[in-house]
Design a protein around this ligand. Structure first.
Ligand SMILES: [Zn+2]
Ligand SMILES: [Zn+2]
Length: 288
């Protein structure tokens, strides 16, 4: 606990105004183009899937649900990349993808002031290659129909992610949204608050957040960070929270064990304890 507080004190926060100023007209024009292309491709996919003889309600329902889980994972993975690696100074990616994540940590209410284009543009942009792949599939068997529906559903939920995320930061979202948050069918505010606690290093999934708990249990993101550091030598979160806090956090994470490992060790200790300390009666029993 003490260690966590030490890291929190070292966290350097970036200037919110500078980050917000990075939203240029060129980025906005690119986002509008991405949204229009995304909607056109999704509608074309629905048109192709409509009345396809290889489809069916169960196949489509399965694809939509699996797409929801996949979108939750993608939201976590992309969010983790944006929070952890690179800097806002990088060409194209820096301004279009990294800047919004960094701005969100220092001014988390800014997202509630973003309009439709700023909220959804970047997610449409990163989904375009997948949308092209989905509409290019032949749909000549149920396997192809499932793949195309799954990809189409996944990117639909990826697009919805920033909207769900935005609602989780609103003080009073619409009543129906509040209900969906309470029953945890979309990202609940209290659940997402865990991510917004410095040093912002867990609970990255922001579509619905169902995968946050299992990913945290196996230390998925800290392990991925160690792998990236080993290969590239980069320090995770160096640009976001500053070099000192980033290095302190790496040390703390290396020392910590994944909850699943801790649980396994406890189980193992419980299982082996009786053998190490046999009951007293066994030693006092007279030999035959
Ligand atoms: Zn974040
Ligand atoms: Zn947030």
């Amino acid at each position: 606990m003490k260690k966590t507080n030490e890291i929190k004190n070292k966290v350097r926060l970036q200037d919110a105004q500078v980050l917000a100023g990075g939203y240029s007209p060129a980025i906005r024009a690119m986002e509008i183009g991405a949204i229009v292309s995304f909607i056109a491709l999704e509608l074309f996919l629905v048109y192709r899937l409509y009345n396809n003889p290889h489809g069916g309600p169960w196949l489509l329902l399965g694809a939509v649900l699996l797409g929801y889980l996949a979108a939750d994972f993608v939201s976590g993975f992309v969010h983790w990349m944006g929070d952890t690696w690179g800097s806002t100074e990088m060409p194209i990616l820096g301004k279009a993808l990294i800047r919004p994540f960094r701005e969100h940590h220092v001014d988390e209410k800014a997202i509630t002031r973003h309009d439709f284009v700023e909220t959804n543009g970047n997610n449409c942009l990163i989904s375009l290659p997948v949308a092209v792949a989905a509409v290019s599939m032949p749909l000549s068997s149920s396997g192809w129909v499932f793949c195309a529906s799954f990809l189409g559903a996944m990117i639909f939920w990826v697009m919805a992610t920033n909207q769900f995320h935005k609602w989780s930061h609103m003080d009073s979202p619409p009543a129906i949204i509040g209900f969906l948050q309470r029953v945890h069918l979309i990202l609940p505010p209290a659940h997402h608050r865990i991510h917004h606690t410095a040093p912002f290093n867990k609970y990255y999934c922001i579509t619905v957040g169902w995968l946050n708990w299992p990913l945290n249990l196996v230390h998925f993101f800290p392990l991925a960070e160690r792998l990236v550091t080993r290969v590239t030598g980069l320090v995770p979160r160096e640009d976001d929270i500053g070099d000192e806090a980033a290095r302190a956090l790496v040390e703390a994470q290396v020392a910590a064990e994944a909850p699943v490992v801790q649980a396994a060790k406890e189980l193992l200790t419980k299982a082996t304890t009786p053998e190490e300390a046999p009951p007293a009666t066994a030693t006092t029993r007279p030999s035959a």
